[in-house]
Design a protein around this ligand. Structure first.
Ligand SMILES: *Cc1c(COP(=O)(O)O)cnc(C)c1O
Length: 228
């Protein structure tokens, strides 16, 4: 016997997690480094949203999972400019739009592909040199130009909490992110909607849900620890 999560355990974990979630919160199963067989188990347990960090890894897995027709693929990791076109071909959602430059590039590519991808704008409201994303002030300053990105379906904000925060600090951070989304929404931009909040991972999703997350991105709690 090993500690590796068996298929049964994956479906049990998914069912247990679902029970704690309000029905309005979308569970995105983060499957980076998770093999396709385990993804099939998650699918069998009802998961229809997969989150991947890397374009190439997602491309390889999608090729193995072509029979799973009704899956929505979410890119949650930093996107390099030279992979933007491939990302648009593989993902229906890009949560990790983290700069005006990337947004504008995706907008041009989406127009040329006649697509309208769903995107979240990645913010970091606490300084964190290890993370990408806009500060609140930077994002506010870029909104007029983001509003010109008419081939993007800007749906909300995404954030990743820094390591080492207390529960109170995490809850505060998530609430501030929700507040920023509300502030932006209240300005009624033509091409920016702020109804989605992609926040919360295995370690902190209950706090994110408490603060209003609409999409949580959970990997380890479902699939076990990833190899380093
Ligand atoms: C890996 C990752 C997750 C999932 O993290 P877990 O700790 O495995 O739940 C969520 N969001 C992003 C951006 C990630 O890179």
């Amino acid at each position: 016997m090993t500690d590796a999560p068996s298929c049964d355990r994956i479906s049990q974990r998914i069912a247990a997690l679902r029970q704690t979630l309000p029905a309005s919160v979308k569970l995105i199963a983060v499957t980076k480094q998770v093999p396709p067989a385990a993804m099939r188990e998650a699918y069998a347990a009802g998961v229809r949203d997969f989150g991947e960090s890397r374009v190439q890894e997602a491309e390889a897995k999608q090729a193995e999972l072509t029979d799973l027709k009704d899956v929505t693929w979410h890119l949650i990791g930093h996107l390099q400019a030279n992979k933007a076109q491939k990302a648009l071909q593989l993902f229906q959602w890009i949560h990790s739009v983290d700069s005006l430059k990337l947004a504008q590039r995706l907008d041009r590519l989406a127009a040329s592909l006649a697509q309208k991808p769903n995107v979240c704008l990645q913010v970091k409201l606490l300084p964190d040199p290890t993370k990408y994303g806009w500060s609140a002030a930077e994002l506010i300053a870029d909104l007029p130009e983001l509003n010109q990105c008419q081939s993007l379906n800007i749906r909300g904000l995404m954030t990743i909490a820094p390591l080492g925060l207390t529960d109170d600090e995490l809850l505060n951070l998530f609430k501030q992110t929700a507040q920023l989304a509300a502030t932006i929404q209240n300005r009624h931009w033509n091409h920016i909607q702020m109804h989605e909040l992609s926040m919360g991972m295995s370690a902190d999703y209950p706090l994110a849900v408490q603060a209003g997350a609409t999409m949580i991105r959970v990997g380890r709690s479902l699939f076990g620890d990833r190899p380093l």
